[in-house]
Design a protein. Structure first.
Length: 266
């Protein structure tokens, strides 16, 4: 418990520090970041695509069936038990609607041909990615076979036809997915929350990135290691613009633009 309490204290401290040091769109002098913040990040209007996905989320909240969780990453701060109710996973592990809908808007704005998601969980964020870009190929990777089955069922119930779900170890599957891609347009990394693994995923992506690529890293304040990984990613010479939204970090590779890092309130 003392270790958990310390982690919670550090997380809250980081959050408060972020709130005091981050800016809104009006404090942003980059035209690119101002436009992105104004038209995408702060677009809180309801959209018709949200409705069916949020209805599916409610079904998961009421699903008391049990699954055996295979955790190949850094685990959960909230629950270390291997057998969990689907409802428990849904309440503790799914991205909240505001954040999942932000990822939807970022994908729609990026207009990618291919989307890669690392960490399917129950498939709610995957569904948002699929609905945002129905013409794109969405490849999502999940390490736990039983949660992947739940996600697959959700994809069927939501009539998602552009999603390919792969199940297995990220370290084995992701390099092959990247190798088969002509280029990487949009990659959302919500997987193994360890410093070394996160930096591996970033470095594996680099050979296939292009000027309009967007990499999104989840839980960048999750632990000391994740904070260090985020700092190393920001410092990489190929990274041009980063946007720290506390819950996620956005990484852009825009040529001809000065290297800048932004903290935006969300």
């Amino acid at each position: 418990m003392p270790i958990f309490a310390a982690m919670v204290f550090n997380f809250i401290s980081d959050y408060l520090k972020h709130r005091f040091t981050s800016k809104s769109r009006h404090g942003t002098h980059s035209p690119f970041v101002y436009k992105l913040t104004d038209e995408v990040i702060y677009d809180f209007k309801s959209k018709i695509e949200y409705k069916s996905i949020e209805a599916q989320r409610k079904k998961l909240f009421n699903d008391d069936s049990l699954v055996t969780v295979t955790d190949l990453g850094a685990g959960s701060h909230l629950n270390k038990n291997r057998t969990k109710k689907v409802s428990q996973i849904a309440k503790n592990a799914l991205k909240n609607p505001a954040l999942a809908q932000l990822i939807y808007r970022l994908a729609k704005d990026n207009n990618p041909k291919t989307i890669i998601e690392l960490g399917t969980c129950l498939g709610v964020t995957t569904a948002y990615l699929s609905k945002a870009c129905p013409e794109a190929d969405v490849i999502t990777i999940e390490g736990c076979p039983e949660t992947a089955k739940v996600a697959h069922n959700n994809f069927k119930e939501l009539d998602l036809e552009n999603v390919e779900l792969q199940v297995g170890n990220f370290d084995v599957l992701l390099p092959d997915v990247i190798a088969q891609a002509e280029k990487l347009d949009f990659v959302y990394i919500d997987g193994n929350h360890r410093k070394e693994a996160t930096l591996n995923y970033f470095n594996w992506c680099l050979p296939k990135i292009h000027e309009n690529s967007l990499l999104i890293f989840d839980d960048i304040y999750w632990s000391k290691g994740m904070k260090e990984a985020w700092q190393e990613i920001k410092n990489h010479p190929e990274v041009v613009v980063t946007i720290d939204l506390f819950w996620i970090g956005l990484v852009y590779f825009r040529k001809g633009q000065a290297k800048e890092h932004f903290k935006i309130k969300f």
